[in-house]
Design a protein around this ligand. Structure first.
Ligand code: NIG
Ligand code: FE
Length: 411
């Protein structure tokens, strides 16, 4: 099956020599081809170039993209999109002035979602999550990492991971699964948090790993949640099973999360509202992708991660949606682009790099996704007619995706 997309106004984020991330000043650059063609064959990008170099050939399918642009699909490297119910009532509490921490302390927040998830049948969780996957794909997402973490018992965590496995098997999106056993401390473990950490180490990690249910391990390492020492113990246990960390760190404070993540060769440290010189220095000597979640900072009205300091220090930055019922009930990566530009003063080019190549690295799929390069998997979208690529973050709130393709097929 060979598809030609011709007369593309601008083909965005092309690579002839694919990179595994984009750092520092290079984040401000993206390569594009104006008046382009793109050939997709058997689910992969087979060729691209300017229209005047289009080779003679026969195609099974031709699409005329006059006035439209083609982007690689977004990679959303941090979500919690398997969940039960919603939490709009807490959202009202927040509007009235309660903090995230105060809501969590009285059994709301993650514990509220955990109670609902424990009671929810697997089929319901699967159906709801599948609907969310369809929604994010319609906004341009082609790959997504999904965490457990609303189970908080071994049984419910494994149930969540099995739902994610079924999604992997049945959805056209590329999906990675992360065990987030240590997302919150259940009420019955209050005052003996160490014993809950023991449970994660003794039961959750071995079971998830032995059933092949997790690609990565995560811990909510922050002030008021899990300590650096506890995180260290859990990441060490995960490493024994080959689970690379992708951790929640420095959302509430400079809590040592980045350092412990890097110690265990984390693929990414995520949130990062609080990042000082020590964290930047630590990232500089690591293979860890600093990942910012603009939707959560927007929705919780938090301080913004010092993205510019990180980029000026030569670091790469990725951005993801954090799609979850508490702190970011949206998986719309086009909105993430707009937040990146408005709230973090990133240029559109930096925002595009953060949500494609760099977020592909942060979920370990950059060898096959995150850019338009010959041989990579053909996950891409054709936009509605738009004047410039800068229009993508600028025209916030509307869906600029017209046709979405995953593995070379229109969905
Ligand atoms: O990434 N910060 C920790 N965990 C989630 C929030 C989960 C929730 O509130 O349900 C996050 O923002
Ligand atoms: Fe999260």
């Amino acid at each position: 099956m060979k598809t030609l997309i011709k007369n593309i106004k601008e083909l965005i984020q092309v690579e002839t020599a694919p990179r595994h991330m984009v750092k520092g000043a290079d984040m401000a650059k993206i390569a594009t081809v104006k008046n382009a063609y793109l050939v997709v064959e058997d689910g992969h990008f087979a060729a691209f170039g300017t229209m005047d170099t289009l080779p003679e050939g026969r195609y099974d399918n031709e699409i005329d993209a006059t006035g439209r642009m083609v982007f690689p699909a977004f990679c959303d490297s941090h979500t919690h999109l398997v969940y039960a119910g919603s939490r709009e009532i807490e959202y009202i509490d927040k509007i009235k002035g309660l903090s995230y921490d105060e809501i969590a302390k009285r059994g709301g927040g993650i514990l509220n979602s955990a109670k609902r998830l424990q009671e929810s049948p697997e089929q319901q969780l699967y159906d709801d999550a599948m609907q969310r996957l369809e929604e994010i794909a319609a906004y341009g997402t082609g790959a997504v990492e999904i965490k457990s973490g609303y189970g908080l018992t071994t049984e419910a965590e494994i149930k969540m991971l099995r739902v994610i496995r079924r999604l992997k098997e049945t959805s056209p999106l590329t999906i990675k699964a992360t065990l987030l056993g240590a997302h919150g401390v259940p009420m019955e473990y209050r005052g003996r948090q160490g014993e809950f950490v023991d449970l994660v180490i003794r039961e959750m990690i071995p079971q998830a790993a032995n059933e092949g249910l997790a690609d990565f391990i995560d811990v909510f390492c922050d002030e008021g949640f899990f300590t650096v020492e506890e995180t260290d113990r859990m990441l060490e246990a995960g490493a024994k099973y080959g689970l690379r960390p992708k951790i929640h760190a420095n959302e509430m404070a400079c809590s040592g999360g980045v350092q412990v993540g890097v110690k265990y060769n984390a693929l990414s440290c995520d949130h990062l509202e609080y990042v000082g010189d020590a964290e930047i220095e630590c990232f500089r000597h690591s293979q860890c992708m600093p990942t910012v979640l603009p939707g959560a900072a927007f929705f919780l009205n938090m301080v913004h991660s010092p993205v510019r300091n990180m980029i000026n220090a030569g670091l790469p930055v990725a951005m993801a949606s954090d799609f979850n019922p508490g702190s970011s009930p949206s998986g719309n990566m086009q909105l993430v682009l707009s937040f990146a530009c408005v709230n973090y003063r990133m240029t559109p080019e930096e925002a595009i790099n953060a949500t494609t190549i760099n977020s592909a690295y942060a979920m370990d799929v950059v060898d096959r996704l995150g850019s338009i390069a010959v041989g990579k998997t053909a996950n891409f979208f054709i936009t509605k007619p738009i004047p410039t690529y800068e229009f993508m973050p600028y025209a916030y709130g509307s869906n600029k995706v017209d046709m979405m393709f995953l593995n070379g097929k229109r969905i």
